[in-house]
Write a protein that binds this ligand. Structure first.
Ligand SMILES: Nc1ncnc2c1ncn2[C@@H]1O[C@H](COP(=O)(O)OP(=O)(O)O)[C@@H](O)[C@H]1O
Ligand SMILES: [Mg+2]
Length: 499
């Protein structure tokens, strides 16, 4: 049947129940940080240059206010904005628009609080206010939009009052964050402060290209400016930008910039920590999807591959215009995107190239485990490849090992013990434990230099026993891992044995 015929059929008028509709709109999967990011999107779309997020701790009466100096709205616009689903997602949007479903203001706010009030004012216009309160909607079971907020709200609108234009969104009754808290509880307050830190981190991530960039937008959390995150370490000399690519998609263009970051050992510790991101180095590898410079996905392999240690240095920037977000299945919380089939092949190919380069850089340091032919270093452990897997074996030519094997009274037991050590290296544990802090691994003999001296002495003796003169043995000692890392201790040892 055609639409016109369907329209002519008899019908019941069945609007949704106000109360359950509102309750349903609370569960879209936002958390505090993603919900606030959605309000900041609205501010940026309204051409705001400054956005202030103010968190006021007062136990169950705590509030969060987001104030911007954007264009503001007239009363009719505010009414339209307060309506659940105010825009059709299939409508075209202005190129700079960060909105998507016409839901964000309401769903983001309701996901975190039971009362939200919006006050807005255009240049030389009059301030207008509207408020949705779930307890009112519940009591009346009606779509009752209040024309003012409660009297306590006024202090939260002070910042807006000092601006010539702008919009403030106030959240009260923060039941997700502050329900059953006590104002005087240190612990509850700390918890609230931690949430604020998470918000700060999330915003510095999501808006890193908009903060301070050409758009010159400034975000503040309790008056402290948010610094942009720098996932690509673009100013680090060793960062590698592989060939940027532009992929046509219908009339739109998708720009792809694959980065391979420097080996983390090449960076100051502080930079490594900053660039790691909240999920850590492993958690932030992969594609970074932006829509109008706003970050949607902060590192994900889009289902092509799982995250793996080896590829932690690969971060691929993908820029989408907002005209094609329908095809990327961007969800309401704007934290997920799925590439359309037509682009998957190309994206995967770029991903493969970037990953192989990232792997090369990452393993560069690890590769030192295998000495080059011209290197005279002696290592205790040797990697052996077998059936596409790497095993680690003790080097039978190591002087100390040779010595104990030669002098032991129970060779079979010692050999069995060594084999057992080789077979039970806790590889899995090492990988899991160290994947999030690759640059915080203990160094050989860390904090126990006297032990290093003792071990050095035994290796030295074994070398002498194997036929080297004392001075030859001393020279060779420096080529034994890990003593090559301890020139100062080696010197002390040299002085001690007076060679
Ligand atoms: N801070 C703001 N300043 C000006 N207008 C706003 C602001 N926040 C929301 N609006 C208006 O309310 C509308 C609805 O917002 P929202 O529910 O977030 O949906 P969307 O952003 O998808 O359009 C926006 O399209 C905009 O017109
Ligand atoms: Mg929005």
């Amino acid at each position: 049947m055609k639409a016109a015929e369907l329209l002519a059929l008899p019908y019941d008028h069945l609007p949704p129940e106000a109360e359950s509709t509102f309750e349903g709109h609370r569960a879209f999967g936002y958390d505090l940080a993603t919900a606030l990011a959605d309000l900041v999107d609205n501010s940026i779309t309204a051409q705001a240059k400054r956005v202030w997020l103010d968190f006021e701790w007062d136990g169950p009466n705590s509030t969060i206010t987001v104030t911007d100096d954007g264009e503001g709205m007239v009363e009719a616009e505010l009414l339209a904005a307060m309506r659940l689903s105010s825009r059709n997602p299939r409508e075209d949007r202005a190129a700079h628009d960060l909105g998507r479903f016409g839901l964000g203001l309401k769903t983001a706010s309701l996901s975190q609080c039971r009362r939200f009030t919006v006050r807005t004012c255009q240049l030389r216009g009059k301030a207008v206010t509207r408020c949705w309160d779930l307890s009112v909607i519940e009591a009346a079971n009606d779509w009752r939009l209040l024309r003012s907020g409660d009297a306590d709200a006024e202090v939260c609108f002070k910042r807006l009052a000092s601006l010539t234009r702008g919009t403030a969104v106030l959240w009260q009754v923060l039941d997700r964050t502050c329900a059953s808290t006590r104002t005087d509880s240190q612990q509850d307050h700390q918890h609230f402060l931690l949430r604020i830190d998470e918000v700060r981190t999330h915003l510095s991530l999501v808006f890193h290209r908009l903060i301070g960039g050409r758009s010159g937008i400034k975000l503040f959390v309790n008056d402290r400016p948010i610094e942009p995150w720098d996932p690509y370490l673009e100013d680090a000399a060793a960062t590698h930008l592989l060939a940027p690519t532009t992929l046509p998609f219908g009339r739109a263009k998708v720009h792809v910039h694959p980065y391979v970051l420097p080996h983390l050992s090449k960076l100051p510790k502080k930079r490594v920590e900053e660039a790691a991101g909240p999920r850590g180095w492993n958690g932030h590898q992969g594609y970074y999807i932006y829509r109008n410079q706003r970050l949607l996905v902060a590192g994900d392999w889009l289902g092509f591959w799982p995250r793996q240690d080896l590829y932690r240095l690969a971060r691929i920037r993908v820029d989408l215009p907002n005209t094609i977000d329908d095809h990327w299945q961007i969800d309401v919380t704007k934290s997920r995107a799925v590439p359309p089939p037509a682009l998957r092949g190309e994206l995967k190919r770029i991903g493969e190239k970037t990953r192989s380069e990232a792997r090369r850089i990452y393993t560069h340091r690890g590769a030192k485990l295998t000495p080059r032919a011209d290197e005279a270093r002696t290592l205790l452990w040797e990697p052996r490849a077998k059936h596409d897997k790497t095993f680690y074996r003790l080097n039978g030519g190591h002087p100390l090992l040779k010595h104990v094997l030669g002098t032991t009274t129970d060779k079979p037991a010692l050999k069995a013990l060594l084999r057992l050590i080789e077979e039970t290296i806790p590889l899995h544990h090492i990988i899991v434990e160290n994947s999030e802090k690759p640059d915080n691994q203990p160094q050989p003999f860390e904090g126990s230099e006297s032990k290093a001296l003792e071990v050095m002495e035994e290796v030295f003796k074994a070398l002498c026993e194997s036929g080297y003169s004392e001075s030859e043995a001393m020279d060779r000692l420096g080529a034994h891992s890990p003593f090559d890392l301890f020139p100062a201790i080696l010197q002390t040892f040299k002085e001690k044995v007076k060679v």
